[in-house]
Design a protein around this ligand. Structure first.
Ligand SMILES: [Fe+2]
Ligand SMILES: [Fe+2]
Length: 299
């Protein structure tokens, strides 16, 4: 049984539609090449990364007897599958602007294949739990500081808001599966330390390679802007430190922090209108997604 009785928001499978034609610049993020390469590289990691999140949770799905958690797993798989699909679309737009996300994707895919040959099922699930915590706290930061998205093309801003909202909705699923069937907190903490090092170094490597492939040399103003964006007083990484460390507490559960108001705020915003699940275009979007491995796997 899941260890929590906390109230959690519904995990909804939404089908979204974005038009990424408004991405018209390599340095789409406020003209800053370092922040732009960071999020292009991160977007490149989503299709292979989220595929692994899905697969690692699926390894345990059959052993879950709690019907509520079974429902959550199904919704989690649906959400991550559609995230991958949408990030594949935006990655094409990034590639057209000069970032080679396909190469980053391939590097990560190879790395995951290597990991999967050497790791136990429990370790794969533990890594997913750790990555889900990192994406959840990054999502919380973005949704609480939406002014950082002000200079972005609308399609990208909408994609970010939707993805971050759904990361919060499903933030406890992998954790609850782990807690139910593995329940080894020390193993989780060890993996978090390793995942943090892996994620930080990999992102740095992908970013450096992205700049080399794009023949883009950051200038001093890019460096200053990126430093303040990530490490300044209001910076993303500076502000993720405390929620990150909460993972190491003995009573940690993702819903100890109830940030469901961020989901409600998005639902009330114009960006929720990019959902097409309940409109006549739904069939078209689903049809156009039908060749996508992740989405097909998710359904
Ligand atoms: Fe996701
Ligand atoms: Fe996720």
């Amino acid at each position: 049984m899941p260890t929590t009785t906390l109230t959690k928001p519904e995990i909804r499978n939404r089908k979204m539609q974005f038009n990424f034609e408004d991405i018209k610049s390599t340095n789409y993020w406020a003209g800053n090449s370092i922040i732009s390469s960071y999020f292009a590289a991160m977007s490149a990691t989503f299709p292979p990364g989220e595929k692994e999140f899905i697969e690692s949770v699926r390894l345990f799905k059959a052993h879950i007897t709690d019907t509520e958690l079974q429902k959550e797993i199904k919704a989690f798989i649906g959400q991550e599958g559609h995230h991958s699909f949408q990030h594949r679309q935006i990655n094409k737009a990034f590639d057209e602007q000069g970032w080679d996300t396909a190469k980053i994707e391939e590097k990560l895919r190879n790395k995951i294949q290597w990991f999967n040959r050497h790791l136990s099922d429990e370790s794969r699930l533990a890594r997913t739990v750790c990555f889900e915590h990192i994406t959840a706290i990054m999502s919380e930061f973005i949704l609480s500081n939406q002014d950082i998205l002000d200079d972005l093309p609308e399609s990208l801003k909408s994609l970010f808001l939707w993805h971050t909202v759904e990361e919060i909705e499903h933030k406890s699923v992998a954790f609850d599966v782990h807690e139910t069937l593995v329940g080894n907190r020390n193993q989780l903490r060890r993996h978090m330390a390793l995942v943090t090092i892996d994620f930080t170094l990999s992102m740095l490597y992908y970013q450096i390679m992205a700049h080399i492939w794009a023949r883009s040399l950051p200038n001093w103003s890019d460096v200053k802007g990126a430093w303040s964006f990530f490490f300044g007083k209001k910076g993303m990484i500076s502000n993720m430190r405390k929620p990150y460390l909460s993972f190491f507490k003995t009573d940690f559960h993702p819903w100890n922090v109830d940030n469901s108001e961020l989901i409600s705020a998005w639902k009330a915003s114009k960006y929720a209108e990019d959902e097409v699940s309940n409109t006549s275009t739904e069939k078209n979007v689903i049809k156009s997604s039908s060749n996508n491995d992740d989405l097909a796997a998710a359904s």
